[in-house]
Write a protein that binds this ligand. Sequence first.
Ligand code: CP
Length: 325
Amino acid sequence: MKSFLNVQDLGDLRQALAEAQEIKQDRFKYVEMGKNKTALLVFFNNSLRTRLSTQKAALNLGMNVIVLDVNAGAWKLETEHGVIMDGDKSEHLLEAIPVMASYCDVIGIRSFAGLTDRDYDYSETVYNQFVKYSGKPVFAMETATVHPLQAFADLITIEENWKNSQQRPKVVLTWAPHPKSLPQAVPNSFAEWMNAADVDFVITHPEGYELDPRFVGNVRVEYNQTKAFEGADFIYAKNWSCPGVTCPDKYGHILQDYHTMMDWTVSARQMAVTNNGHFMHCLPVRRGMIVTDEVIEGPDSLVIPEAANREISATVVLKRILQSL
Ligand code: CP
């Protein structure tokens, strides 16, 4: 695997899920595979889970790990082509990428959407520059439009917590309020992976927050959150800003004052209409905005096992990359 951005990059999903369980039984089973190989993890944005779980995954495979925080000690990097570099950015990504690549065998990239230029974000400009100029396998640790390591961990978590083999689980992705403008990477990937998985999938959000069709396909979108929650087995909450699908001039905007949207916060009231549904969120989460304390601390909350499964999803992905070297 030379690039990991979308669900198709992993091939057969059932096989990948089986590999996840194999690794969970013995995290160090493939510890010889990464001997004398180096993973470089490049962060343009903050992270807790991705930083720790991906490092742990590389260590599980016996790799060396280098972590670069671009905004904490490295030269500020210019990412646009054809600009006169008379500002505060001292180095261009086009030199920095091959230099970084010369020190490693695999590169992970975290680079969020700027949320001002939809075409720039949705063409995955930064990630694709790493693919083009590094000559090394590259994997997404949340890019402008996708977060596949998270979606894979989410799917592992759903599979582990669904006990009825006779029936597909009903999984609902719900928008929830947030005071800041957030990217669409997590909901995009969650939708893409749920569509590829064997689940009954529904998305609910206020009008205007329609996700990009390349990720949602023909999935049912329900604007009434309560109706969407009825009989659900898994509720996946996330905020996202306007994807600019139905209103291109509003790309990256918050469409309404969040104070007026607080009835979308996931609380016991909404969970009551589910099928004793589990609550999920990728974290970090703002309590009182996305979800109430009662729900996230309740017995049906999966946020901690979900985060723990990030180590497993990253180990499978790095293993696949090492096998392709
Ligand atoms: N869920 C997730 O990617 O968390 P971090 O932003 O902390 O890495």
